[in-house]
Design a protein around this ligand. Structure first.
Ligand code: SAH
Length: 465
């Protein structure tokens, strides 16, 4: 190990920075985050640094560096574009045993600055020993996605009750088990999902009976898996997929997404509505309650977004009624995913000022929709579950006054490598659907915005299939 990793307390201490450009700005930002008293020497200030000076966050004490400025400093950073000057600062600082960093010149540094993941009070610092800052940044980006942004709140909460726990559970091994339970159980997850009060009350309950070996009540994560491309999952969805004990999913969830679930999690296929072997909605609701009551972390994985034509609302109503902890993780809904991957902006200043999401689900062969609301000019209509009813839908829209030449797109298996898009009009779309052997899931987008695809199409799957 060439460098000793340490965390330095520079709060209210004098630090000197020489240089006022963009690289200096990055260092200044870090020093200010650590509440240092920063003095800056620079001939020119970039916009960002000027702003910091104007806001009074640091003192611009002069244009020219002199050795006397090192007096009373605890740390020095040289970030000028004058190599000779940088060298001079480094030598003078090191003679005084002052830690010095010269930007982009490890040979002149007595310390280097890491890439930092900040989840205050938790900090993770990464260094490649100066070998490759790009690699450090890449690592940092990976870790950023894995560590919930509210991780620090958990640490603060633990800190606030630490002394109390030490008294209450004097045995060290028992205490460690207690903390592990807290970290892996609902307290942590409630905090991450922003339910601070609930987290506190679960913690309080555990503190009342710290030795009790009763398993926690389980919890349910209602998670949107997006339209198909696994890259469109949210960080939170992925994290929960990797910690769930059991996963309930239906046909709409792309296999590539189910693949990402923790390998030893139990997977339960609950089919989909029209599937003959499907579980009824009531059975699914009851199963969620049963599994959570057994103490399991249950992930209900849905295609797209759980609250858009996904019956997510009904599922959590049952949970709420039974007092079972749950959280909802939004996903990219099919309309949004398909539109993006088909090059069709759902709104556009010139073509559409609003967009409605409707379902084309037939009720006894009929579509019950607010037709006058739908035929408004300057409005895009995204139709879920609309392939079977496409003919009825297109005919009715024309009958109610929409131009038969209004463009319509059908997007099959949007965002996946099987995506296919066909363009027609209200008049021609029913025939296109009949002739093209459209595979589910597919959706329709109706409106002038469809014309933009000619210019904006970008996602090309023909090479990959
Ligand atoms: N909750 C889901 C929608 C469920 S309804 C969401 O927010 O996306 C199911 C309908 O969604 C399908 O019939 C189809 O119209 C549409 N759909 C879902 N995924 C799709 C995809 N990848 N491509 C095209 N349409 C899709």
């Amino acid at each position: 190990m060439r460098f000793l990793p340490i965390f330095l307390n520079i709060e209210n201490k004098d630090c000197l920075v020489v240089g006022g450009g963009e690289v200096a700005a990055r260092k200044l930002e870090m020093l200010l985050k650590a509440n240092a008293q920063v003095r800056l020497v620079a001939r020119e200030l970039c916009e960002e640094v000027r702003l910091l000076v104007n806001e009074g966050k640091l003192k611009h004490i002069g244009q020219h560096y002199q050795e006397a400025l090192l007096e009373n400093c605890v740390l020095v950073i040289a970030a000028t574009d004058n190599e000779q000057l940088n060298r001079e600062i480094s030598e003078q600082a090191q003679l005084r045993q002052l830690p010095v960093n010269v930007v982009d010149n490890p040979a002149l540094c007595s310390f280097i600055m890491p890439s930092v993941i900040d989840r205050y009070p938790v900090q993770i610092a990464i260094s490649t020993g100066g070998a490759s800052p790009v690699l450090a940044r890449l690592l940092r980006a990976r870790l950023e996605t894995m560590i919930p942004s509210t991780f620090g709140r958990l640490a603060s909460l633990m800190q606030s009750v630490r002394a109390r726990i030490r008294v209450q559970i004097p045995d060290m091994r028992q205490r460690r088990r207690f903390w592990e339970d807290i970290l892996h159980g609902p307290v942590a997850e409630l905090l991450y999902s922003g339910q601070e009060q609930a987290a506190l009350s679960v913690l309080e309950k555990r503190l009342e009976h710290p030795e009790a070996n009763t398993p926690d009540q389980g919890e349910v994560y209602l998670v949107g898996g997006g339209p198909g491309d696994p890259d469109l999952l949210t960080f939170r969805a992925l994290r929960l997929m990797q910690q769930a004990d059991v996963v309930l999913y239906d046909r709409l969830v792309a296999p590539a997404i189910v693949e990402l679930v923790r390998k030893d999690a139990e997977r339960i296929y609950v089919g989909k509505q029209r599937d003959q072997h499907a579980m009824s909605q009531q059975d699914i609701n009851a199963l969620l309650v049963k599994l959570a009551t057994e103490g399991k972390r249950v992930l209900r994985l849905k295609g797209g977004d759980p609250f858009i034509f996904g019956r997510g609302g009904e599922e959590i109503e049952t949970l709420a009624a039974q007092g079972i902890a749950f959280q909802v993780v939004p996903g990219i809904t099919a309309a949004v995913g398909c539109a993006a991957y088909a090059g069709i902006p759902l709104t556009h200043r010139d073509y559409a000022q609003s967009c409605v999401f409707i379902t084309g689900h037939l009720q006894q062969g009929k579509l019950i929709l607010n037709w006058s609301g739908l035929i408004q000019p300057g409005q895009t209509i995204a139709v879920y579950m609309g392939v079977g009813a496409a003919k009825v839908l297109c005919d009715e829209l024309v009958k109610h006054g929409m131009d038969a030449q209004t463009p319509v797109a059908i997007i099959q298996q949007g965002t996946t490598i099987h995506q296919r898009t066909y363009i027609g009009t209200l008049k021609t779309m029913p025939d296109i659907i009949e002739n093209k052997d459209i595979q589910p899931p597919s959706m329709l987008i109706i409106g002038e915005v469809v014309r933009l695809r000619e210019k904006l199409a970008w996602y090309d799957t023909t090479r990959q299939v």
